[in-house]
Design a protein around this ligand. Structure first.
Ligand SMILES: Nc1ncnc2c1ncn2[C@@H]1O[C@H](COP(=O)(O)OP(=O)(O)OP(=O)(O)O)[C@@H](O)[C@H]1O
Length: 259
């Protein structure tokens, strides 16, 4: 089941550097939320706190709370590995495992979680995940061939298949189309539309048309100045952000006056 995310009073640090300050935000279940804002305002940093990938960087830490359906992710009893299973991630550049076949790539996350599967269970997961990522018809006759042999857009959908194979509830996407051509971008955007029936999706994008096309809600982050922390300026329904935003800074950014 897709889950909602509540962020309260979140401060995000790299050692002593406060990169993002005081974020309060509610992300709706089964919906797409876009994070936009100028370079360096902390969109990717914030995104990585939603599945505890931030703390993988030495010295990186957070203060405050992130709760997924009421469960606080940073409680001491919570296993970060389980968090990352529940909250999957797709990166900017497609990153299939180079030595693995298409099918092995889809199964890689399950294998990492030590899940034992029979041959027929594995075949089911591969088919269901590739169907879910709108890639099945294109690859069903070459599942044993290397994942790296696919086009960039196909590789990104393979990475999405790999992410959904472990049945997460939330999918984080960090500029998932920035390395893709317009046709592949459109395929991934169509897929995002379908995936939101089942998953809560948070997507970082530099492309404002893309935010407008794919998301229900948009959060605009900004920087008060060089060396200052990023802040959430405004979060609202995407239609409102792109027509009558509450804040002048949002208006200036979306109309291309800065950023
Ligand atoms: N590994 C790191 N160590 C130290 N500082 C970092 C690290 N990663 C990011 N930062 C800093 O944190 C701030 C936010 O960076 P982040 O990459 O989250 O911004 P962004 O909005 O995603 O930018 P872009 O749109 O350019 O990808 C920046 O000042 C950046 O220099």
């Amino acid at each position: 089941m897709a889950k909602s995310i509540d962020v309260s009073d979140l401060n995000i640090y790299y050692s002593d550097f406060l990169a993002v300050e005081n974020v309060n935000m509610t992300i709706k279940a089964r919906s797409v939320t876009a994070l936009i804002g100028p370079s360096g305002c902390g969109k990717s940093t914030f995104l990585r706190t939603l599945n505890r990938m931030h703390e993988v960087i030495p010295g990186a830490r957070v203060e405050g709370k992130v709760a997924v359906d009421g469960q606080s992710l940073y409680d001491s009893a919570v296993d970060p590995v389980e968090v990352r299973r529940m909250v999957g991630m797709v990166f900017q550049r497609p990153n299939p495992f180079p030595t693995m076949s298409i099918a092995e790539n889809v199964l890689a996350g399950l294998r990492l979680n030590n899940k034992k599967l029979t041959k027929s269970e594995a075949a089911d997961v591969v088919e269901r995940s590739l169907q879910g990522a709108n890639l099945w018809n294109e690859v069903k006759d070459r599942l044993g061939k290397p994942g790296m042999g696919l086009s960039g857009g196909q590789q990104q959908r393979l990475c999405i298949a790999r992410a959904i194979a472990v049945e997460p509830q939330v999918l984080l996407m960090d500029e998932p189309c920035s390395a893709l051509d317009p046709i592949s971008t459109s395929a991934v955007e169509d897929l995002i539309h379908e995936l939101k029936e089942q998953y809560t999706i948070v997507i970082v994008t530099h492309n404002m048309q893309q935010a407008a096309r794919v998301s229900e809600d948009t959060a605009f982050f900004n920087l008060a100045g060089a060396g200052k922390p990023g802040r959430l300026i405004e979060m609202n329904p995407t239609k409102k952000i792109f027509s009558v935003p509450d804040e002048e800074a949002t208006e200036a950014y979306i109309s291309g006056r800065f950023g």
